[in-house]
Ligand binder design. Structure first.
Ligand code: FES
Ligand code: FES
Length: 393
């Protein structure tokens, strides 16, 4: 038996498991999430489909231990999900279920199609659904329901914005061995670059209206909005203002960035790729990035949306919204709440550096972000509490 930890439907779960237990059995028998159905138990029917780190996987042929540390979302975790609400209604309207046995897996897959692919026709929907079998409906209603949701979302101007993961790791998670410019074969790095490019095609804005902001900040910069807007467009110079960040290379609008952080005894060294899309009319933009810390096998993925406003001669108000996913060993840190203060501290330092740079001092920010002061003390206290929890005292 071994102790495994997951985040299941937003809750941290620690559970003991036999080495050969499948993820489906663990979810159903140990955790009681019986909405995940078992049909063939050999990876054919798709009834057991769940999301592992945002990627649909067959839980019947996924070893539970290989998903250690993952974020898992089962059908029970989609109660309030806006896309799922629309899909459930559409499945009802279009008579997309009869016995309902295939429906949990079908809905999980349908949501992935809607959010990942956006405007796809019925033929493509059928191809994407090829791994989900239904013995009752003949598929026509299911395909129509999914297409209806896609059309409704397009009419409301909602774009697909769930990042597709092209380099699948164990159980399709982001926990694969670090690779490419992050430490292994170049192919995986190209996958990240392709994905970032794909996201560049998404419409500009501060993100999909369905997504709740993880962290929002407002900073004031003592400079004219036009100057701040122009500087945000100069990504290589903007990156120099981010504490701990270094621009490694730039090609075709993709920026390879390294980010070093030290919080007391804990250090992280993320390498990844970022890209930006902007909208001149609304003076807003989105910077999308993804990186890995090879030491802790942690993955950080995020979007920074910004909107610039203020009187012509300044000062400039910058509204910032950050959506992020932090998984792997540092995922614990994201759930502690300290990350909110951490982002606030980075933003504060970034705004100060940007102000200094716009005033003519273009020296790069420190190449390592050191968290000290009250946040450092809070982090130290968090580590102590985590250690006490671990030791049961
Ligand atoms: S039960 Fe998992 S694919 Fe059929
Ligand atoms: S509704 Fe019965 S298997 Fe699909």
């Amino acid at each position: 038996m071994s102790m495994l930890s997951f985040e299941i439907n937003g809750e941290k779960v620690d559970v003991t498991s036999e080495a050969r237990t499948s993820l489906a059995d663990l979810l159903r028998d140990e955790i009681g999430l019986t909405g995940t159905h078992l049909g063939c138990e050999q990876g054919v029917c798709g009834a057991c489909t769940v999301l592992v780190d945002g990627v649909p996987v067959r839980s019947c042929i996924s070893n539970a231990a290989s998903c250690q540390g993952s974020e898992i979302r089962t059908i029970e975790g989609f109660d309030d999900d806006p896309v799922m609400v629309e899909l459930r209604a559409a499945f009802n309207r279009h008579h997309a279920l009869q016995c309902g046995f295939c429906t949990p897996g079908m809905l999980v897959m349908a949501r992935d199609i809607v959010t990942r692919l956006g405007d796809v026709d019925e033929e493509r929907i059928r191809v994407e659904l090829a791994g989900n079998l239904c013995r009752c409906t003949g598929y026509a209603g299911i395909v129509k329901a999914i297409r209806a949701v896609i059309v409704e979302r397009l009419e409301r101007g909602i774009a697909n914005d769930v990042p597709a993961i092209e380099s699948l790791g164990p159980a399709g998670s982001g926990h694969a061995a670090p690779s490419g410019s992050f430490g292994g074969p170049a192919a995986a790095a190209e996958g990240v670059a392709r994905e970032t490019q794909r996201r560049l095609k998404a419409p500009t804005g501060l993100g999909d209206a369905d997504r709740a902001p993880a962290v929002t900040q407002k900073v004031t910069i003592a400079a004219a909005p036009d100057a701040v807007w122009a500087r945000f467009g100069d990504v290589s110079r903007t990156i120099r203002c981010i504490p701990g960040a270094t621009l490694v290379s730039e090609q075709d609008g993709l920026y390879e960035v390294r980010m070093r952080i030290r919080m007391g005894p804990v250090g992280a060294d993320f390498s990844g790729v970022a890209a930006q899309r902007r909208d001149e009319a609304t003076k807003s933009g989105v910077i999308t990035g993804e990186g890995r810390d090879t030491k802790s096998a942690s993955l950080a993925r995020g979007e920074l949306g910004y909107r610039i406003s203020g009187p012509m001669e300044g000062p400039t108000e910058v509204d910032i919204r950050i959506d992020y996913v932090l998984s792997g060993a540092l995922g614990q840190f994201a759930r502690s709440g300290i990350v909110t203060h951490f982002i606030a501290e980075i933003t504060r330092q970034f705004a100060a550096n940007l102000e200094r740079s716009l005033a003519g001092d273009d020296a790069p920010a420190d190449d390592e972000l050191r968290i000290t002061g009250s946040l450092g003390a809070a982090f130290k206290a968090w580590i102590g509490a985590a250690a006490r929890r671990l030791l049961g005292r």
